[in-house]
Design a protein around this ligand. Sequence first.
Ligand code: CU
Length: 292
Amino acid sequence: MLPVASAAVAQSIPSKFNLPPPVTPIGAQIYDLHNLMLIICLVIFVAVFGVMFWAVFRHRKSRGAVAANFHENTSVEIAWTIIPVFILLGMAWPATKTVLDMKNTADPDITIKATGYQWKWGYDYLQGEGQGIRFVSNLSTPRDQIEGDAPKGEHYLLEVDNPLVVPVGKRIRVLTTANDVIHSWWVPAFGVKQDAIPGFIRDAWFRADTEGVYRGNCAELCGRDHGFMPVEVHVVSQQAYTEWVARQLAAGAAAPATGGATAQGATPMPAAPAAEEGAAQPAPANAAPAGN
Ligand SMILES: [Cu+2]
């Protein structure tokens, strides 16, 4: 009952001081776990310090209190062992359930590989609707904002030229890897943070149940521009997704052949197909901001 109530609160009050409102089942579980643990810690804190301060006050010297002087009390020792064991089990049980859910990447509707580069993300739609789409996602915050010559936009350093696009309500499996150093693909509202490690494939999944734009960062310090390789995910309706896929595949077919090498090779990934609106250049950080 408590987790349900806290999820409702999470949806209604976006806060600077809390996790962002979750939009995936895993995100909601993590949010509830966070609140549950916080409440358990608070109750223990109040109980322990309440008893302590009461004892100090009640048995103060001015009231003539005389210190008890005894060794060992078996029943107290058993109690302070057994009670914490049950508290820890009560915390571990739901936490383990969530971890198992996070790791269950079976039966995806769409599988996308996210490759970390210094300093951008490459996306390959490997399986499911959109298979064959691949592009690079670069920071699109204008240079003059970064250098302080212009006021910072609403999504400063959290905006890209080619966002990841996925349909709402579908299981998306994200395979993460990297081409140079360790990065980490992180979207807080999804409850997904997965290291992207060169030479290894890791995976995570999400099912976004609310359409919208969700933003995250590289979450593994990866060099000079670590703070300049955001993740931007557009969760759109099934129909909008199908249209986007058709446009991407048409643009990809029209573009010059990009060589058969996979992202494993030394060459960087081919330039992105045209972005959603208009013929986007596939790179410079000083490209025009999209929709600010
Ligand atoms: Cu990185």
